[in-house]
Design a protein around this ligand. Structure first.
Ligand code: ADP
Ligand code: MG
Length: 698
């Protein structure tokens, strides 16, 4: 396999030391090409530029020490593991280094060897200690100050997985950089780079992995962040410009239908709902296709806004589409909307993946003939055989669940018809991030909850308080209210989790709520069973719903006032917020208990406590972002959007703004991306987005 490593697209197997097994391990980190490897940026860097004397080390310091091995010993632990203890000495004192279950290291630490070790200092019985330090054995001729790969410098620390160790990965990155660092083509046009004073790509990659100093690392980081964000900003600017030049369906003044709907409601629209409706109606009458993001916290009443917009379109002889990310949610929307539309003479149908084929055929015939005014469903509604000849408005609910690419597709399907597009999301995102992900959309925000909503009182409870929690739940049921009991089910442990949920369901049904109707809802049920469980609960035929996260998005049952969440530490903050948003939707005060039945690590506990103390979605979202980074907090990694490996929308707001300006300026000067700069950018885009580009840039 002597194929030379020539570009970023080369498979990692062509690097020295990577066989099939290592390649599989690397794949778990999302690394399959050399480019992926170089974009597997360090999570942080240890500053190991100079060794410190052992005497004077204090707890909590991130320190590098240069010493000689004095002793090395190994013993068994009570739990059946092994403990390796190595003592290092310098002129000032003695340092203990310990490793659990790493027997194989022992032979490296022969007394007399010189070792550089770094890590965070702990004080143990008054003596400094490093647990599992990073270390490097110095060769006899190696001067103490030479920057090695692993010590004596700013050392990259990477995210790892089984079969991929820190040392090995560092050496692999080094090898990749040596092979092609300088010869890389740069996706950023040269004069743009010059304007910002950015280093070229090879230099940036070198300096992000192995920084000569902190300043040059930061310069490299800024350049790479810019590069990540620039491509998506150009795409958004292209989409935006593309739509602005297109004629859209122009609608007239609202008529009778919307007025009758609003009059039939048992409540008044909030001021915020009225304001965003005005913004939407202005778009619908503008003669250009609307592409608007409607953002509003859970329970802020987005569905109703969407329905008013849909009726406005329908009363002028057009059709509308409402798409939801899950079947549970789609069917709920179908029921709500059908109920509200019944007396208005508007025909509503619901189409999901599980819709029986005869019914599906009938619905397709109805939409094609223009007899169905409003089609509600999952992504089944944008399959190729669904024709809505008079489609005027496509609404996408809980948009963050669909991802950027799918949004492009659903919007694209609608755009052929010059239709308007409204996407809705409960996820409050910092403005700099929404500029990035939704830079092609106009934004409306519902920043007000319906009157009378009270924050959900949230408490962390331990196992021993469980009985009191169930008693409180029984009281709710006795008062005619309803209860959710939530179980985490995650992919890796799905079987076990489902079993736990089922066992708990049996116990709740027979022992805890013997007099109530208890039902179970989880993702493995057939669509019909899920639908039945949901509609029974919505109609009040069930008192207690034991459920997994299938109720997480959008489910709306105003009579539910209590929620018990098992093992809350297994959920992210945003997810917990979505879950808790299922209660507190009506006039009654609501409560949420976070049931922790095991000892939580400090970090997990802090997260849960933050959640218990905050109800504002925006505060929770920012905290989530701080803790997990944007990739995971926003599902961006799964969404198919590039970027956000290095970029942090909170810290890098300035770069986001600069990118957006640069992207718009570039397109203003060179709309077809045909000039010398434009071509560089276009190639970069095509590599990332493929056929998701709007036609003019294809
Ligand atoms: P979300 O924004 O989370 O999608 P929903 O659209 O599901 O919220 O609305 C939550 C609940 O609030 C629904 O039961 C809805 O009928 C109700 N609702 C909507 N608007 C108002 C309002 N202006 N006043 C009172 N209740 C409202
Ligand atoms: Mg909703």
């Amino acid at each position: 396999m002597a194929k030379p490593v020539t570009d970023l697209g080369t498979q990692v197997q062509f690097l020295k030391g990577v066989g099939p097994a290592r390649a599989r391990s690397l794949a778990r980190l999302g690394v399959s090409t050399v480019g992926d490897l170089l974009a597997h940026y360090p999570r942080r860097w240890f500053d190991r530029t100079s060794a410190r004397p052992i005497r004077g080390l204090g707890a909590g310091q991130d320190a590098t020490v240069l010493g000689e091995v004095l002793t090395s010993s190994e013993r068994g632990t009570r739990r059946g593991g092994s403990l390796l203890t190595v003592t290092l000495g310098d002129d000032t004192g003695v340092l203990f280094c310990i490793w659990f279950n790493q027997k194989f290291l022992a032979k490296q630490f022969r007394p007399g060897k010189r070792v550089m070790a770094s890590g965070v200092v702990q004080m143990h019985a008054g003596r400094p200690q490093l647990a599992h330090p990073d270390f490097e054995i110095l060769e006899p001729e190696q001067p103490d100050t030479a920057p090695g790969l692993h010590t004596g410098r700013l050392v990259p620390v990477y995210g790892l997985t089984a079969g991929v160790g820190q040392y090995w990965l560092r050496s692999l990155v080094r090898q990749a950089l040596d092979l092609l660092g300088a010869g890389l083509t740069d996706p950023l046009p040269a004069d743009l780079r010059a304007r910002h004073g950015f280093p070229d790509r090879g230099t940036a990659l070198e300096h992000i992995h192995f920084p000569p100093d902190a300043d040059r690392r930061e310069a490299a980081r800024q350049r790479l962040v810019y590069e990540e964000l620039f491509s998506i900003q150009v795409l958004m600017a292209l989409r935006h410009g593309d739509r602005r030049d297109r004629a859209g369906l122009r609608l007239e003044k609202p008529g009778d239908l919307t007025r009758r709907l609003v009059a039939s409601l048992p409540f008044e629209l909030t001021g915020a709902q009225r304001r965003v409706l005005k913004e939407i109606l202005a778009d619908l009458r503008s003669g250009r296709p609307m592409h608007r993001l409607l953002q509003g916290d859970v329970g802020s009443g987005k569905t109703l806004v969407a329905l008013v917009a849909a009726l406005f379109v329908i009363e002028q002889g057009h059709q509308a589409l409402l798409m939801a990310p899950t079947e549970v949610l789609a069917r709920q929307h179908g029921r709500t909307v059908a109920g509200l539309c019944e007396s208005l003479g508007v025909t509503v149908e619901t189409l999901c993946g599980s819709t029986p084929s005869a019914e599906r055929r009938a619905i397709l015939a109805g939409t094609a003939a223009g007899e169905i005014d409003l089609l509600v469903g999952t992504h089944a509604v944008i399959q190729a055989d669904v024709h809505m000849p008079r489609l005027g408005l496509a609404i996408v609910d809980e948009q963050h669940r669909f991802g950027v690419r799918q949004r492009g597709r659903s919007a694209g399907a609608a755009a052929d018809e010059q239709a308007h597009v409204l996407v809705m999301s409960a996820t409050p995102i910092p403005r700099s991030l929404s500029l990035t992900l939704y830079g092609d959309l106009d934004l409306s925000v519902i920043d007000e909850l319906p009157a009378g909503r009270r924050p959900v009182a949230t408490r962390i409870v331990r196992e021993k308080e469980e009985a009191a929690v169930w008693q409180a739940c029984r009281d709710e049921v006795a008062a005619g209210r309803q209860v959710y009991v939530i179980h985490p089910v995650i992919e890796e442990t799905e079987g076990q989790d489902l079993k736990a949920a089922t066992v708990e369901y049996e116990r709740l049904r027979t022992e805890v709520f013997p007099d109530a109707v208890v039902a179970l809802l989880h993702g493995r049920l057939k669509a019909k069973e899920k639908d039945a469980a949901m509609s029974d609960f919505a109609a009040g035929r069930t008192d207690v719903l034991v459920a997994t996260t299938v109720v997480e998005v959008g489910v709306d049952v105003a009579n539910a006032t209590a929620m018990v969440i098992h093992n809350p530490e297994r959920f992210g903050l945003a997810q917990l917020h979505q879950l808790r948003g299922r209660v507190g939707r009506g006039e009654h005060a609501s409560r949420c208990w976070l049931l922790c039945d095991r000892y939580l690590a400090e970090e997990s506990f802090a997260r849960i406590r933050f959640f218990a103390e905050h109800t504002d979605g925006f505060a929770l979202a920012e905290e989530d972002l701080r803790q997990r980074g944007p990739g995971d907090a926003w599902g961006i990694r799964q969404s198919g959007a590039p970027g956000f490996r290095l970029a942090n929308p909170l810290r890098d707001a300035g770069i986001v703004a600069a990118c957006r300006d640069d992207a718009r300026r570039l397109l203003a000067e060179d709309p077809g991306l045909a000039g010398p700069e434009g071509r560089v950018v276009r190639e970069g885009l095509a590599a990332i987005f493929g056929n998701y580009l709007p036609p003019q840039a294809g």
